[in-house]
Design a protein around this ligand. Sequence first.
Ligand code: UTP
Length: 288
Amino acid sequence: MKPVRKAVFPVAGFGTRFLPATKSVPKELLPVVDRPLIQYAVDEALAAGIEQMIFVTGRSKHAIEDYFDRAFEVESDLLSKEKFDLLEALSGTRLAPGQAAFVRQQEMAGLGHAVWCARHLVGDEPFAVLLADELLWNPASPCLRQMRETYDAKGGNVIAVLEVPEAHTQRYGIVDPGRVEGAVTEVKAVVEKPRAGTAPSRLAAVGRYILQPEVMRILDAGERGAGGEIQLTDAMAKLIGRQPFHAQTFAGVRYDCGDKLGFLQANIALALERPDMGPHLREWLGTI
Ligand code: UTP
């Protein structure tokens, strides 16, 4: 079984739910406490042993490339002032030379299309996809690492899921479940945004995937699905039955940071966990 060495980060979306903040700042650079969303996703990938990060960007997203580059002026200034703690804060932003690659999606034709834009960089090996606006929080056992353990045992394709309320199933890709073994559920089908009352379960895909390269061959057809977009879910669904396909129920907390409320909740929850600011924030929250 080939190891998962590459991760694709589709970051080309407009982030319209976050306008006007996202008019000129990419959604993926919005900070949760003091780190941008994309940093959490990259750290999660590194913790799962990913070696190559492939970012699918778009126009007005060049700030993401800059973020993973050296910041010579700031760094030499901090060095000359001996502000080593601040220099240390930048260490996570430095990927090894050649470890990050960037490819552009010229039109917002959907998540499937964004992933397909990375096909030449992915090549003929399994790969992970991480949506950075889904902050999946479990520092002790990050989501992609949980999925990778399942991949190592089962092979094929593995997607992360969480149970959502029945009333919310129409917002997600929903799994039609087969055999269940603890946190791992066999996937019989995935339905994108099922109409109210028709969802086969409450297990919703939450923005992490380990996929076999054959999904790119399916995406080659450029078939449009819901909303006239090229849907990753539709392409994935065609692998079911041909290859092992499992859903990993994520043990941890999910914050939908593409949504304003989820983003605020993530900021508060993660700040409360921080020893440098948690106690002060808790005290202040008690006064309002
Ligand atoms: P979303 O549905 O959250 O779209 O895409 P969005 O544009 O980011 O945000 P809203 O809904 O307008 O507020 C899910 C993920 O897929 C990426 C987005 O960047 C996001 O990470 N995506 C989506 C692309 O890269 N390209 C696309 O064509 C569509």
